[in-house]
Design a protein around this ligand. Structure first.
Ligand SMILES: [Zn+2]
Length: 370
């Protein structure tokens, strides 16, 4: 703290008085003053969030190594490294013989998995939750399973627990591994291998607070804002940074991992909408109406204002969209009020962000600048 106030221009500007408690730093503040945050260091990664304004960050080399250590930690928790395949966005991952572009057709993905299993002994699959969901459904519809896959790792996007069931059906011998991470912070938490409802916080490098609207710590069981402090990165230093996600504090009863835990992670970047009174709402409340609709293959909800939405969807061949639209309309009016207007936009495939992420729900209502 003292270092940041003395030597980091972002904190000199936003927290000049060390006698006062440090205010929470919002995404909007970082976006508006990204150059100050970088403090003259060249930008390395940038976040590819739901907004068109990415955040540029810069990491010290020794801070970067901590991410490799956390990858090792994850492997240890889950039983060591396995021969793997990655199906990810090649815009942000380097291509090699184990890597396939996530936008490839599902039949091609399946052929790739079989081929790399035979040729390279691959038994572990890494991809994004949205792609894993599509792949699981594709397998289930064809009555196929991939019993040779022993681990399925879901990265980058929000993970909804319903995916556990789909993975169990399509990959009957696989353990799902889920990480909670952000480009600006690296691994924030990793799912507990013993109690999968909990995520253990990477407390050796990050401080994670869960705060209510008044900035007070939430007791376990109460959803609050995730606020993270990076103890080590002195380039784009983030202290008490609210990255826009929500979670609950938890006490993990596994008794095997000595790190604090959080649960029910969700967020603006990971599917958070705004209700008529301005309060935030988890998209998981609404997602079943889409997930359970037989007319569509894929969907995305964009909230433009408190009562104006665009529903993007990929229709299944030969499906009539009318019953789907009626159900969605009824559900949204119940949730957001009678003035709610919906526009339906059909496309063959819903595009990912340039960084390769895919969001089921995007909220375009800006956060207030301080
Ligand atoms: Zn645990």
């Amino acid at each position: 703290m003292r270092w940041a106030q003395a030597d980091h221009p972002f904190y000199r500007r936003f927290h000049p008085d060390i006698g006062q408690p440090l205010p929470v730093v919002t995404r909007a503040m970082v976006q508006a003053h990204n150059d100050l945050l970088l403090n003259g260091h060249p930008a390395q990664g940038h976040t590819s969030g739901s907004t068109s304004m990415p955040i540029h960050v810069s990491w010290q080399p020794d801070r970067m190594r901590m991410e490799a250590e956390d990858t090792q930690r994850l492997m240890q928790w889950y039983g060591g490294p396995l021969s793997y395949i990655k199906i990810v966005a090649l815009a942000t991952h380097k291509a090699d013989e184990r890597t396939l572009e996530v936008d490839s057709p599902l039949a091609e993905q399946l052929a790739f998995i079989h081929d790399r299993h035979q040729r390279l002994g691959a038994v572990s699959l890494v991809s994004y939750p949205t792609n894993l969901e599509r792949l699981c459904r594709f397998l289930i519809e064809r009555g196929e399973t991939l019993p040779f896959i022993r681990r399925v790792t879901a990265m980058s996007e929000a993970y909804d627990d319903h995916l556990d069931d789909l993975i169990r059906q399509a990959f009957p011998n696989a353990v799902p591994v889920v990480t909670y991470s952000a480009v600006e912070l690296g691994f924030i938490a990793i799912r507990c291998p013993h109690r999968p409802e909990n995520y253990h916080v990477m407390a050796h490098k990050l401080g994670v607070e869960i705060l209510d609207e008044d900035g007070r710590p939430c007791p376990p069981g109460r959803l609050g804002q995730v606020v993270v402090t990076d103890y080590f990165n002195r380039h784009s230093t983030l202290i008490r940074y609210a990255l826009g996600d929500l979670a609950e504090n938890a006490v993990c009863g596994c008794g095997r991992i000595g790190l604090p835990a959080i649960t029910r992670i969700a967020g603006k970047m990971r599917g958070l909408l705004r209700k008529a009174d301005g309060s935030q709402m988890l998209f998981t409340r609404l997602s079943p109406v889409f997930r359970d609709s037989p007319e569509i293959r894929q969907f995305q909800v964009v909230q433009h204002t408190l009562d104006r939405f665009t529903i993007r969807a990929a229709l299944r061949d030969g499906s009539d969209p009318a019953p789907f639209e009626a159900r969605v309309r009824e559900r949204f009016i119940r949730e957001f009020g009678p003035a709610t207007t919906l526009r339906f936009d059909y496309m063959s495939e819903i595009p990912r962000t340039p960084g390769g992420k895919y969001f089921a729900a995007l909220c375009e209502i800006p956060e207030d600048l301080p």
